[in-house]
Design a protein around this ligand. Structure first.
Ligand SMILES: CC/C=C\C/C=C\C/C=C\C/C=C\C/C=C\C/C=C\CCC(=O)SCCNC(=O)CCNC(=O)[C@H](O)C(C)(C)COP(=O)(O)OP(=O)(O)OC[C@H]1O[C@@H](n2cnc3c(N)ncnc32)[C@H](O)[C@@H]1OP(=O)(O)O
Ligand SMILES: CCCCCCCCCCCCCCCC(=O)OC[C@@H](O)COP(=O)(O)O
Length: 391
């Protein structure tokens, strides 16, 4: 292992990265709050400023993937469509199997200049994440509780708000609604059987309501659906902690552009259309597993320097006062101040570690507390873990 690779694995480096991300994030949140008085006066300007601020935070994680871990992304797509990416609004439909799928998504967004304005349909819990979740409020991210009756009003309103968004955006939708695990797959295929739908091997059965509502409400605003299938070479199982440790991954993304006009308006037809799309996606995953590549020509969209420049800028800006403080602390010899600084660093580290934990695939145990609308109980299939034995 080289010296640089060794350094990337060191806790001190992680602490510096986490400190930079967290403190710059809080400052960015503060600046976002300062834009509040601008919203009623000039909403479009407020939105544009928030896109830039959002970019300044989100791109730090992109820089981490591209420059720190050295991960190389590859795109498989039709060259005719390639030139449209980043120049139009799109709904992105992506499989949800990997802990860093969102990070790869952001990296593609950055390559096509839509990172600041990128949006997604996210579970409500993510809005409480410090820094990132708070930033998303100002970026008009759409949050849902995953209970349709409670969600529908806010969901439709949030989508309608995007109709006059001043920047090109990609709206990410994980139609599977949760990350793929073997256990969830089992439950999901039981639902497929009940609905007489073909079984999927690599995906959960898509939830169709959110997709239909998004398509209907964004007609005239969004030009196309990008059907995206992500996989990693050599059966890599990437994690955010791996990225932080400087591990290099090889994501491959297959993108098909589907004009929005070609998607049925009727809910039942649209549902059937989405199920068919997932059957096709499943076939692409299967072929990828056999051949190691997706169909079509491949291209590496050029890497832009802004994420790195922004990251280095924040790091220098925030490391300078930190170093000054440390020197003053050591000189002062005050045990209390030294302990307070150590406690602050530990708190930052724990907080970011907790945030990283939110990206991790749920363990088998957690599933026992996840409600599904399926009559089938996972407990019926698997021996219950010991601490659930009273259930
Ligand atoms: C060129 C490069 C291009 C692209 C680059 C790629 C990407 C970049 C793009 C953007 C990046 C931007 C940001 C990313 C950053 C971070 C965020 C990342 C991730 C967030 C992840 C999440 O939070 S995912 C969770 C939230 N999302 C969803 O849940 C969406 C899917 N769900 C739905 O759409 C649902 O329909 C709903 C939530 C809207 C409503 O759900 P509800 O359950 O209330 O109602 P439904 O009608 O859907 O459900 C009832 C029907 O479901 C059937 N059922 C029951 N059990 C199951 C089961 N286990 N599986 C499937 N179906 C089931 C049930 O039978 C009912 O069926 P009926 O037929 O009777 O209606
Ligand atoms: C430069 C330092 C970088 C440090 C980075 C910290 C980044 C934290 C980013 C948090 C982004 C969160 C996106 C997580 C996606 C996610 O959480 O998906 C899970 C859901 O689908 C399914 O949830 P569930 O059904 O409840 O299991």
């Amino acid at each position: 292992m080289g010296l640089v690779q060794w350094l990337k694995g060191q806790f001190l480096c992680h602490l510096v990265i986490c400190y930079g991300f967290f403190v710059s994030g809080l400052l960015i949140n503060l600046l976002q709050i300062c834009t509040l008085p601008l919203w009623p006066i000039n909403k479009q300007l407020a939105r544009r400023i928030n896109c830039k601020l959002g970019y300044s935070l989100t791109s730090q994680s992109v820089a981490l993937l591209e420059w720190w871990s050295g991960t190389e992304i590859t795109l498989y797509t039709d060259p005719e469509n390639y030139r449209l990416y980043g120049k139009e609004n799109a709904i992105v439909v992506l499989n949800h199997n990997f802990e860093i799928d969102f990070l790869c998504g952001w990296t593609f967004c950055d390559r096509f200049g839509v990172l600041g304005a990128s949006k997604c349909l996210a579970k409500k819990e993510l809005s409480y994440l410090p820094v990132i979740g708070w930033m998303w409020y100002f970026l008009e991210m759409v949050f849902i509780k995953r209970k349709w009756e409670e969600d529908k009003r806010n969901f439709v309103q949030s989508l309608q708000n995007l109709r006059d968004y001043p920047e090109n955006f990609w709206f990410l939708l994980h139609c599977e609604g949760t990350r793929f695990t073997e256990e969830k797959h089992l439950v999901s295929m039981e639902v497929a059987e009940k609905k007489s739908l073909p079984k999927l091997k690599h995906h959960l059965l898509p939830r169709t309501k959110g997709f239909w509502v998004a398509v209907q409400n964004l007609r005239g605003t969004v030009a196309a659906v990008y059907c995206c299938t992500l996989n990693f070479r050599n059966n890599e199982t990437p994690t955010l902690l791996g990225v932080l440790n400087g591990e290099k991954y090889h994501p491959d993304l297959y993108v098909r552009r589907i004009p929005l006009e070609s998607i049925p308006e009727d809910e039942a037809e649209c549902s059937a259309w989405l199920h068919k799309l997932y059957q096709e996606k499943d076939k692409f995953q299967e072929d990828y597993n056999q051949t190691g590549c997706f169909p079509g020509p491949k291209v590496t969209p050029p890497c832009r320097p802004w994420a790195l420049i922004n990251w280095l800028g924040w790091t220098c800006l925030l490391l300078y006062p930190l170093c000054l403080l440390l020197v003053q602390l050591v000189n002062s010899g005050s045990i209390l101040s030294i302990l307070a600084t150590v406690a602050f660093c530990a708190a930052v580290s724990v907080c970011v570690r907790w945030m990283i934990g939110q990206t991790e695939v749920k363990s088998r145990d957690d599933l026992f507390t996840t409600s599904t609308k399926c009559n089938l109980q996972l407990k019926d299939f698997l021996p219950a873990p010991k601490h659930h034995s009273h259930d």
